[in-house]
Design a protein around this ligand. Structure first.
Ligand code: SPD
Length: 372
């Protein structure tokens, strides 16, 4: 063999080695897109310590933001957390998720069969997504501020947000709504005594007719900002995800400020949305093996219990309850008792064709409507 040939072979071997090393390195990376404040402070570091996989972690505050990113394709994410209905259900129809290989997620065996069954209604055989955390959507309020403005306020009812005679009393101290029609419209339909899950032009019209004149009572529509504002006493009444409101309540309790607010949380008596956020792997995920390792890690009872303890959302792993703090396990807004559960509504089905556009248009009109 000539010296030149030997040199060429050695160079080729080096290139191959470098490529293999780069690929191995690449497998040690994971890109996650999750809701904000929805994981334990040290969960990602623990995962990296145990597996050597480095996590790039981005957050969003609305299903709509995740949806837009996923539907344009090539998001670059390996694990995402859409709400089961209507978003995950709709995205499944667009074929954007990989069928899961459950042999790579052995901890999935520990998932609550009831939650799996309810998820299977939108994802037959639980083929593409597994439950992460769950919560109702309700109200958080500053007890003293509300009492001062209306001593007999109907605090356990959606009237707080949607009855003009009630919500107008709180305008001065700051009322906020989640910036998503898939939460606000079912809530106002429940308040009006309609089927909260009806998605017809007539139901939309009913909801918007009641909502539009109320616009000036809401200081803003936002799914993130209200948390620091409510905890800091800058607003007094917020529509929010109960787990997020639990974090607000904790933050206010831990505050050293003399005027720290006393925050109460309610699931309104007319009923409220409850939803499961799902872990799923996009079809074009660049690191599917790392994604499997992460989902399996999150489903370990001690790991998911730690997440529940820190973020105030219930999980679907019954064996984790032994590690969940008693105060959280027994908190009726986090793990609602049967009588409250009976009033929760879930499974807003994927919108009929054309309805989504109608709803988005109506929502944009509402969001940008002029203040009085
Ligand atoms: N900060 C975490 C928020 C998680 C909210 N889950 C959304 C449920 C939608 N119905």
């Amino acid at each position: 063999m000539s010296v030149r040939l030997l040199a060429r072979l050695a160079a080729a071997a080096l290139v191959l080695l470098a490529a293999t090393a780069a690929r191995a390195d690449d497998d040690k990376v994971l890109n996650v897109y999750n809701w904000s404040d929805y994981i334990g402070k040290d969960t990602l570091d623990r995962f990296t310590r145990e597996t050597g996989i480095k996590v790039h972690y981005d957050t969003y505050s609305d299903n709509e933001i995740l949806d837009a990113k996923l539907m344009t394709g090539q998001s670059g994410y390996d694990v995402v957390f859409p709400s089961a209905t209507p978003f995950f259900a709709q995205q499944l129809k667009a074929g954007i998720y990989r069928p899961l290989d459950l042999s790579k997620i052995p901890n999935a065996k520990g998932l609550d069969p009831q939650v799996m069954n309810s998820l299977a209604k939108v994802d037959p055989g639980n083929a593409h997504g597994l439950p992460y955390l769950m919560s109702a959507t309700g109200l958080g309020y500053n007890v003293d501020a509300i009492k001062k403005l209306m001593p007999d306020a109907p605090v356990n009812s959606w009237r707080m947000l949607f009855d003009p005679a009630v919500v107008s009393k709180f305008k001065s101290c700051g009322v906020t709504l989640l910036d998503t029609p898939t939460e606000v419209i079912p809530a106002i339909l429940a308040y009006l005594g309609h089927d909260p899950l009806e998605q017809t032009p007539a139901a939309l019209q009913t909801a918007m007719k009641a909502l539009m004149p109320l616009r000036s009572n809401y200081r803003y529509l936002n799914s993130d900002k209200y948390r620091s504002d409510l905890a800091g006493g800058d607003v007094c009444l917020s529509h929010g995800y109960v787990g997020d409101l639990v974090q607000v309540r904790n933050r206010a309790r831990e505050s050293k400020a003399a005027d720290r607010p006393n925050i109460a949380i309610v699931i309104p008596k007319e009923g409220a949305m409850v939803n499961i956020d799902v872990m799923a792997i996009p079809t074009d995920a660049p690191h599917p093996d790392a994604a499997y390792a992460f989902i399996n890690f999150l489903l370990r009872p001690d790991v998911i219990a730690d997440v529940t303890n820190q973020v105030g959302y219930a999980n679907a792993v019954p064996a984790s309850l032994q590690y969940v703090q008693p105060a959280i396990k027994s908190d009726p807004v986090i793990y609602p008792p049967a009588d409250v559960k009976a009033h929760l509504f879930s499974a807003l089905p994927p919108a009929p064709p054309g309805f989504d556009r109608l709803r988005t248009r109506a929502w944009t009109r509402f969001r940008t409507a002029k203040e009085d």
